[in-house]
Every structure is written in structure tokens, then in C-alpha cells.
Design a protein around this ligand. Structure first.
Ligand code: PHE
Ligand code: ZN
Length: 881
């Protein structure tokens, strides 16, 4: 029981380890209720280390035996306190033999070694290895591993670990063994083992160098018809990294294993990636277009970690974004390249920025705000955040914006030349980028050190006589907990100027000779003015093209200018952005009307711009879809000083309804014209058509009339893929259609055997407009519901608390009471998952007093529990601070 305030760990306190490790040998006798682990570690003194105390960490492991250099270690020769085992004055050369006993079947935290559906899996990042054995479980201690697995042959016919299979055979007593050896040094967080009844799809491929590699995707029996897309994505990832970065797979064998119980998306264990089934299994019957795209992205992400994360790893966990930000950037670029078209790349960019704004901006403005490289944490698991991942990726992207693709590649090459095989810091990455491009990037460090989303305010002045156009940029950093004042960032601001016909003007800036149509202004001071010459007419500026920096841009556009940009900007991102700004203005005005009790009304201008976009056959359907999608309720919320979820919901719904009314004929045309015929394929062009068609259906659904009900029903009945089926079902679920209940029931019975589809069924209902807390409680009683399976818990509880703001923020506070209950119930099972849910009330201080007080009470209720995990305690303490 922990009732004290958990202690923080500080980045400034980093000290190198007392000893390095050369080799680790492990033997596992796998048994769900009593697994024995024998570990032999060969240490050698690190002369740069500060002292001789050998420090090992353990968590909920029973220490059976401890031997040093061949002799049992006397109790007085070591200290064991709160999971830390210290051997003071250890010799230079130490061989430790450790035997531990663990209970995988009781492990509901899904960290360390656990059982899922009768099979064994491990999860060691960040600090799960210490749940297997006592170990210097820190990423800068790297070692070569040899692993012997022994288990019942009938129950666990497949035995996998990192690296190469050296030997396997029978043990005679119904048990068998497999011996694995990983030729590469790695930190303990990349260790993995899998044992169970699994089958695989495999393929031999030839790498760029001519070497052969064996690729495998392992799943439970019955899922072999769902591995094709993951395998194809893996092969594409391998090819892409060879081509774009000259990085080749360094192993003879690369495995992906799918598991139904998993805390996160997937894990990049060396040569043995372990994946949440959600990011592996797909066929047209069960997976949507978004699922297909996510699988490709996550398979890519984990594969790319093999270089950015595994070959070069993190010195300490404060450097987490070194591998995550960089690897997200790489997977984003991979996905964009896989689509291939300019318009497809832009849509991908827009999707990524959407995530940033919807999730990361609020985080960066809330109580858990932290820099891309945090200064301290209590529980590292709480720092696998959108800031580390998505903002981290934006920071990496800025190097590419500043230096171009070639310059970025030079920096990457130098990074690997210098650091292959090492555990390094974000500074090392920045230095490689700086040195490879001959630039001083000292100021750029602030992107790693300062939290909060910076604002850039722009003003312009056109001088018709001198033909000059002045652009003044002023930056200000948002103050965040513990960082009131911010020093100026180096912000790349990509800019173009449009003439009266909407064409890009050639730009003359400074004394540069060439006249590009897009320039990257480097904003370094708090305020800077840039002068464009030879500007023959007053332009409309297109600022922050392609979202060149993770900032909030303020510029006083008129509605007419926004409509103009939406119609003409050559930069597809800013075309989209202009539409979003126009829509946001309407949404905020409508929200205010709703709050004051006035009748909601909106002018025709937005509908006209939307109509032009919807009917522009020159535009890619995928782009049209994203352009017509209104900002999410949570994004509107961030624009308000005091958040009023009910008013926002009313405003957004009203705007959708009025757009549907005025665009009805065009929406029906778009619906008809974008039908995709023939067998299902998840390619970007087909997916884009489906997206536009389904967006049209979803708008039309707002009309809630019989003609539209029939359309939904027909689409549901005729769907040959999950994308169309889910959209139709969601539309029905949000309507008063007669077939609503029957469709939900039929969907359930058709897909009862597919857990990932049942997750969708729960999640769709959790987010439906009609679903209140009572309805969620009822769904929790459904026999298919379980709190123990993270995907299932997320599908219902998280979807409701985070994805249904209108109902979750019910004015009676019932949503918050439900939230508190679920955080506590989950925390008893799985602290990591509970701590994620605990974040749902992060922004409580921003709400109107009536809601705020009820949120505060719910937070207090959780805080007052006497048995909180460190994970949840940190989140709640910071929320209340
Ligand atoms: N390192 C994993 C990834 O980003 C995420 C992860 C973290 C998975 C912790 C499990 C536990 O790819
Ligand atoms: Zn990652």
C-alpha cells in the first residue's frame, strides 16, 4: 500500500552505472503459476562510474537464490529495499547468478511475463524486465543475451525469443526446449519471449545487400486469414528504410507476434516485435480502411525502431523522444510515401496535425504538460505521451524543414556513424543534424526543454508604391507548470503569397536570386520583420504551409480571405486550414448563441465554400472528405476560456444539420458518385472515395428522415467491407431509424467470434449521442465486456469518457462519478491502463464552475483512495496541484 506522495526522478541526477554487462544467459522453466528464471550476468567495472555499488532492480519477484562469483551471497553482503538490490563494494569483475520465481497467471498489469489466452508473452519497456528478474534495468546497460526456454510441448509448441534460434529439442518428460541467441547488444527493455500455441505466415525475402531474411507473422490458430496485410506492410517497411535511409534489416529472422491483451499498440523488441492484435489482424470482413492504414503505420513504426531505438538506443528514459519522436516521424513519412500522390501526402499530413491539435495541444496546456525531454517524472509509463510521440515527431520534422530531405539524410547518416551500438541523448541527435549541415543549433534545444505550445502572431503591411510587403512575426511561449517564462524558439515558418487570381507569386526575399514560391522564414527572436520585394499587388498570405512548426498561428484573416485560400491555395494543408478556420469561427459563434439561449443561426457563406469544395471534381475525394470534416468538439473546447461541452455539442450539431440541409443534393450526388465497385481493396484511392461517400452519409444522417434511414439501412445490408458497414451502423445508431436496434443486434451476432469487431461494437455505442452513463453501465454488464482486457476496457469506458463529451459531461456529474469508479477498478488490475483513463479530467479547471466542482469531487475521490498505484497517483496529484 502506498499512501505517501511518490518520489520524482530528475534528469539532472543521471549517473553512469557502476558496471557494464557483457553477457546475459537466462533459463526459463515456463509454468503459468510458477515460472523459474535462472539468470547469469557477467559484469565488468565501468571506470567512469561514480561508485562500486552494483544496483539491480526487482518488482514483485521472489528472490530464490543469489550467487556472486560462484558463491552464495550472504545476506549481509547485500541490501534489498523496496525492490532495489544493492551490492556495495562489488569487485571489478562480477558474475551474478540469480534465481527468481514469478507467477505469470496472476499478472494483470501486463508488464513483465504474463499469460494471455493461455499463451506466454512479455512486455519489458520501460521497466518490466525487473518483474522477471533482478537486473540493472536501465537502457544504458546493454548486453548480449542467450535464452533457454523450457515448457510443456503440447501446450506451448512454439517457443520464441530475440535473435536466432540456435537449438531446439525434446526434454523427454513431455517438455521441450528452444535456445535463442541475439547477436546484438541490447538494453533489457528490448528483451522478449513468447511461448504458446501459435501459427505463422512466413516469407523469405532478399535484402538490398543480397542477404536473405525470414519474416514471420505469428497469430492464434483461426487468425491466419488475417495476417496478409501485416506481412505486406512489413515488406514495404523493409524496402522503404533501405531506400530512404539506406538502413537494412540486420537480422536473419524478423518476427511479429499478435496478442489480444496488450497495454499499448505494439513493441519493438529486437527481432521479436509483439503487437496488440488491433495492429496486426485484418481482412475486409473485420477491418476498416483506418485499421488497414494504422496497421501499416504501426508495423512500419516498430520495424523502423530496429535502427532508431534498438541499434541506437536511449541513455535514460528522459530521452524517450529520441527514439519515439524520430520513429513517429519516420512512420509518418513512410505512410505518406506509400500513398505516393501529393494530395495523398497532404491528407496524411492533415491527419497527423489533427491528432496533434486534438490530443497534444490540450496536454501541453494542462496539468501534465511536459517538455519533449522531461526534467522529471514519477512513473515513466505515464510519459508515453502525445507530447513525446507526436510533438517529438514535429520537432524532428523541423530539422527536415530547415535542411531539406538531403540535409536530413546527411544528419541521419552522421548519427548512425557516430552512435551505432550506443545509448545516447537528444543532444547527440541534434549535434549530428547540426554538424552534418554546418549549422549551430544551440537555440533549437529549447524545443526539447520548454513545454507549452508557442503562439506566432503575424501582421503584414503592403506598400503599393514601393511594391514591398512586410511580414512581422511575434512569438510567445505559453507558460506551463514550473516554467513561467519561455525563451524564444527557432521556428521555421513556411510562407507563400497569393495574387488576386489565387496564383503563387514568385518571392523576392533579402538578396536571394532565385524566386521560389514558398520560403521558410526562420523566426529566432521574439519579434522579427521580413521584407518581400517586387510584390506587384497586395497579396493574401499563406502562412505556416504544411504546418511547418507545432505552433498556434494567429493572423487576422477576413472571412473572404479564408474562403479565397480555401479555394486557391497551392498548399493543400493551408487550403484545409482555411476551411477549418472558417468553420471554427461559426462554431464559436454558435456556441456563444447556445450559451445565451438565443436561437442558433448561421450565414450561408460557410455552406457556399463547403459546397464548392464538395463539388470540385478536380480535388481528390480524400482531401474533400478531410476539408468537410468540422473541427472536433474537443478542438473547439480548447478555443474557449471556459469550456461548455453542452453548448459546443449543440453548436456543432446545429452546424452539421444546417450544412446537411443546404448541401443535401450535393451530398446525395457525392454519395452516389463515390461508390467503389468490385472487390474490396484498402488502397488510398479507394479508401478516399469511401471516406467521402461515408462522410456524405454521416452528414445526411443529421437530417434523420426516412429517405436517409433507407440509405443507411441499404448500405448496412449491402456492405462488402467493414468501413461501409461501420459507417452505416454508426449512422443508424445516432438516428431514430426503425432498424436501429435490429442492426446493432445483428452486427453483434454476426461478429461475436471476432474480438476486434466486438470492440468496435462497444465503442460505437459508447460514442453515440443517445448513450448516457446508465446505458454505459448496462453495456458493462454485457457478457462480452471485461475490464481485464485493455482493448475492451478502452472500447467502452475510454470511448465514453474521451469520445462522448456531450454525455460524459452530463450536468449532474454522473459521468465523473462513473469515471472515478472505473479508474479505481482498473487501477487494482492494471495501473498503466488506469493512469491513461485518469487523464480524462486533466482539463477540469477550464470548465464552468458547476462542472468543475463535480470534477474536483471525483478527482478527490480517486486521490483519497488508500491503495493507488504510483501511476494513477502521479496523474491525479498533478491534476489537483
Ligand atoms: N515502444 C513502443 C512503441 O512506441 C510503445 C510501448 C511502450 C509499448 C511501452 C509497450 C510499452 O512502439
Ligand atoms: Zn515507438
Amino acid at each position: 500500500m502506498r499512501t505517501d506522495t511518490p518520489a520524482a526522478i530528475y534528469r539532472k541526477d543521471y549517473t553512469p552505472p557502476s558496471h557494464w554487462i557483457s553477457t546475459v544467459e537466462m533459463g526459463f522453466d515456463l509454468d503459468p503459476s510458477a515460472t523459474r528464471v535462472a539468470t547469469r550476468i557477467v559484469f565488468e567495472r565501468n571506470h567512469a562510474g561514480s561508485d562500486r555499488t552494483l544496483t539491480l532492480y526487482g518488482d514483485e519477484v521472489e528472490l530464490v537464490q543469489l550467487r556472486m562469483n560462484g558463491k552464495a551471497l550472504a545476506k549481509r553482503a547485500y541490501q534489498l529495499e523496496q525492490g532495489v538490490l544493492r551490492i556495495p563494494s562489488a569487485p571489478d569483475d562480477v558474475v551474478l547468478e540469480i534465481e527468481t520465481l514469478i507467477r505469470p497467471d496472476r499478472n494483470t498489469s501486463l508488464m513483465g511475463l504474463y499469460v494471455s489466452n493461455g499463451n506466454f508473452f512479455t512486455q519489458c519497456e520501460a521497466e518490466g524486465f525487473r518483474k522477471i528478474t533482478y537486473f540493472p534495468d536501465r537502457p544504458d546497460v546493454m548486453a548480449k543475451y542467450k535464452v533457454m526456454l523450457r515448457a510443456d510441448k503440447r501446450k506451448y509448441p512454439v517457443l520464441l525469443s530475440n535473435g536466432n534460434l540456435i537449438e531446439q529439442g525434446d526434454l523427454g518428460d513431455g517438455r521441450h526446449y528452444a535456445l535463442w541467441e541475439d547477436p546484438f547488444k541490447k538494453p533489457s527493455y528490448l528483451f522478449a519471449l513468447v511461448a504458446g500455441n501459435l501459427i505463422c505466415q512466413e516469407e523469405q525475402i532478399k535484402l538490398q545487400s543480397g542477404r536473405k531474411a525470414l519474416l514471420q507473422v505469428w497469430v492464434e490458430e483461426g487468425n491466419l486469414d488475417k495476417t496478409q496485410h501485416a506481412m505486406a506492410s512489413l515488406i514495404n517497411s523493409i524496402r522503404w528504410d533501405e531506400k530512404r535511409f539506406g538502413l537494412e534489416l540486420d537480422l536473419d529472422r524478423f518476427m511479429i507476434v499478435a496478442v489480444g491483451d496488450f497495454n499499448m499498440g505494439a513493441m519493438e523488441n529486437k527481432g521479436l516485435n509483439i503487437f496488440n492484435t488491433k495492429y496486426v489482424l485484418a481482412n475486409p470482413r473485420i477491418a476498416t480502411d483506418v485499421d488497414y492504414a494504422n496497421i501499416e503505420a504501426v508495423v512500419g513504426h516498430e520495424y523502423f525502431h530496429n535502427w532508431t531505438g534498438n541499434r541506437v538506443t536511449c541513455r535514460d528514459w528522459f530521452q524517450l523522444s529520441l527514439k519515439e519522436g524520430l520513429t513517429v516521424f519516420r512512420d509518418q513519412e513512410f505512410s505518406a510515401d506509400m500513398i505516393g500522390t501529393d494530395s495523398g501526402r497532404a491528407v496524411k499530413r492533415i491527419d497527423d496535425v489533427r491528432v496533434l491539435r486534438q490530443a497534444q495541444f490540450p496536454e501541453d496546456a494542462g496539468p501534465m504538460a511536459h517538455p519533449v525531454r522531461p526534467d522529471s517524472f514519477v512513473e515513466i509509463s505515464n510519459f508515453y505521451t502525445v507530447t513525446i510521440y507526436e510533438k517529438g515527431a514535429e520537432v524532428v520534422r523541423m530539422y527536415q524543414t530547415l535542411f531539406g530531405r538531403d540535409g536530413f539524410r546527411k544528419g541521419m547518416d552522421l548519427y548512425f556513424e557516430r552512435h551505432d551500438g550506443q545509448a545516447v541523448t537528444c543532444d547527440d541527435f541534434r549535434a549530428a543534424m547540426a554538424d552534418a549541415n554546418g549549422r549551430d543549433l544551440a537555440q533549437f534545444e529549447r524545443w526539447y526543454d520548454q513545454a507549452g505550445t508557442p503562439r506566432v502572431s503575424v501582421t503584414t503591411r503592403y506598400d503599393a508604391g514601393a511594391h514591398t510587403y512586410e511580414m512581422t512575426l511575434v512569438q510567445s511561449g505559453a507558460s506551463t507548470a514550473g516554467q513561467e517564462e519561455k525563451r524564444p524558439f527557432l521556428i521555421p515558418v513556411s510562407v507563400g503569397l497569393l495574387d488576386g487570381k489565387g496564383r503563387d507569386m514568385p518571392l523576392s526575399l533579402g538578396d536571394a536570386e532565385e524566386q521560389p514560391t514558398t520560403v521558410v522564414l526562420e523566426l529566432k527572436a521574439r519579434s522579427q520583420t521580413f521584407l518581400f520585394r517586387n510584390v506587384m499587388e497586395k497579396p493574401v498570405p499563406s502562412i505556416l504551409r504544411n504546418f511547418s512548426a507545432p505552433v498556434v498561428l494567429e493572423y487576422d484573416y477576413t472571412d473572404a480571405e479564408l474562403a479565397f485560400l480555401m479555394a486557391h491555395d497551392s498548399d493543400a494543408f493551408n487550403r484545409w486550414e482555411a476551411g477549418q478556420r472558417l468553420a471554427m469561427r461559426r462554431l464559436l459563434a454558435l456556441t456563444a448563441l447556445s450559451q445565451s439561449g438565443d436561437a442558433l443561426q448561421v450565414d450561408a457563406a460557410l455552406a457556399e465554400s463547403f459546397s464548392a469544395t464538395l463539388n470540385d471534381g478536380e480535388l481528390d475525394p480524400a482531401f474533400r472528405e478531410t476539408a468537410l470534416n468540422l473541427p472536433a468538439e474537443t478542438v473547439v473546447a480548447e478555443q474557449m476560456d471556459v469550456i461548455d461541452p453542452q453548448a459546443i455539442h449543440a453548436a456543432r450539431r446545429f452546424l452539421r444539420q444546417s450544412l446537411a440541409k443546404s448541401l443535401r443534393p450535393s451530398l446525395l450526388n457525392a454519395y452516389r458518385d463515390n461508390a467503389v465497385n468490385g472487390p474490396y481493396s484498402p488502397d488510398a484511392a479507394s479508401a478516399g472515395k469511401r471516406a467521402l461517400r461515408n462522410l456524405s452519409l454521416s452528414y445526411l444522417g443529421e437530417l434523420d428522415d426516412e429517405e436517409i434511414h433507407a440509405l443507411m439501412q441499404k448500405q448496412y445490408d449491402n456492405a462488402n467491407n467493414m468501413t461501409d458497414r461501420m459507417t452505416a451502423l454508426a449512422a443508424l445508431a445516432n438516428s431514430r431509424a426503425a432498424g436501429r436496434a435490429a442492426a446493432l443486434a445483428r452486427f453483434y451476432s454476426d461478429f461475436e467470434q471476432e474480438p476486434l469487431v466486438i470492440d468496435k461494437w462497444f465503442s460505437l455505442q459508447a460514442m453515440a449521442r443517445t448513450t448516457d452513463v446508465a446505458a454505459v453501465r448496462k453495456l458493462m454488464k454485457h457478457p462480452a465486456f471485461s475490464l481485464k482486457n485493455p482493448n475492451r476496457a478502452r472500447s467502452l469506458i475510454f470511448s465514453f469518457c474521451n469520445g462522448n463529451p456531450f454525455r460524459f459531461h452530463a450536468i449532474d456529474g454522473s459521468g465523473y462519478e462513473f469515471w472515478a469508479e472505473q479508474v479505481l477498478a482498473l487501477d487494482a488490475l492494471n495501473p498503466q491502463v488506469a493512469a491513461r483513463l485518469a487523464r480524462s479530467l486533466d482539463r477540469w479547471r477550464k470548465y464552468a464552475p458547476a462542472l468543475r466542482e463535480k470534477m474536483h469531487a471525483a478527482l478527490k475521490r480517486v486521490a483519497d483512495s488508500s491503495r493507488l498505484s504510483k501511476d494513477v497517483k502521479e496523474v491525479i496529484t498533478k491534476s489537483l496541484a
